[in-house]
Ligand binder design. Sequence first.
Ligand code: PLP
Length: 426
Amino acid sequence: MDYYSHLNKTELQEELSKLEIKYNEYKAKNLSLDMSRGKPGPEQLELSQGLLNALKADDSLTVKENIDVRNYGNLDGLIEAKELFGEMLEVQPNQLIIGGNSSLSMMYDTISRALLFGVVDSNTPWSKEEKIKFLCPSPGYDRHFAICEALNIEMITINMLDNGPDMDEVEKLVSQDETIKGIWCVPKYSNPEGVSYSDEVVDRLAKMDTKADDFKIFWDDAYTIHHLTEEPVVVKNILHACRTAGHPNRVFIFASTSKVTFPGSGVAVMAASEENIQFIKKQLGIQTIGPDKLNQLRHVRFFKNLDNMKLHMKKHAELIKPKFDIVLNVLESQLGSLSIASWKKPKGGYFISLDTIDDCATEVVKLAREAGVMLTNAGATFPYGKDPRDRNIRIAPTYPTIEELKTAIEVLCLCIKLVSIKQLLN
Ligand code: PLP
């Protein structure tokens, strides 16, 4: 039932006054609650404490191919790490580069190299083209969009549907415009909506005709093993789909253990066709002599195999599922009958995406901040920080405690009610 639309102006004013009293009570509590970034909580970090003991001074530090992990070399990482992460991403070890601690920096570097030198199938470096553009399924990950903005790549917003980007729109645009060089994709449990791409979407991305011969899919598989339910979502293997479709070099895949072990000291990886990997390695070899192999070996010895990684992720899920549940329960109990907000119920990943009625999100986030509840800036989930409908709010529930979350979401709901009523009164 849409409760507010049944109220007349006087009744709405009365409701507003009551809510304002409540809001001021929260304000007087001087809260300081942060739901702005998808950070693991301290108890999640504790799960990987064993990583710090996974290598000791008297352990053998010489590994396959007689590599002494303390020394220079191994540009693309240890074979043991490639075997482990190859299994995680369902690719062959020779289709991988193991990087430093951040997949985002691998994405930034990949685009920077494309701008400077082009990619394997470019005629010219991307920066030599008059203009280049990327497709940005939105709501999406703010830092992808920040990379484009910083590197002067024009962004085109694509609607996210329930099973991935609006492929009719994507196909139409890439088939007509040769300045479109790439698309950002978070294929599983997307940031922020928790959307997973259907097989059909994967196939269409792999098969579609692109006007640019050097078009690339940036496949950020950040949440590939981050399930919240007992039925893990399986997304079709994009590298395989691209090869089958006759576009073997179309995709760059990225992932990391930032939200598996330690966000500050995980292991990041990228996967692509062997030809892409060889091309990148030539350029990478100028940038570095090699990554931190000790940290790679620490991860290999800590996990040993993919099954153990999966078990480890179950422990993460046990810790964070109740946090997602409390957010969803408070939203339902406070807003469920009001038709002033809708939200997604993710099956994995790190976020809950909420939509207010149009033109309210900026004001809601501002009011919440003034009451001590930090949320990601409204608009951040869209290119250039501009949500055309000003309605999307990203909730990151993993870092606060359950008690803190309950209060924070109560404040958020209160702010949504306040702003919605003001909107109705206008
Ligand atoms: N990709 C997505 C979709 C993310 O949500 C995040 C972090 O929130 C990252 C990448 C960051 O990855 P990394 O820590 O490996 O740089």
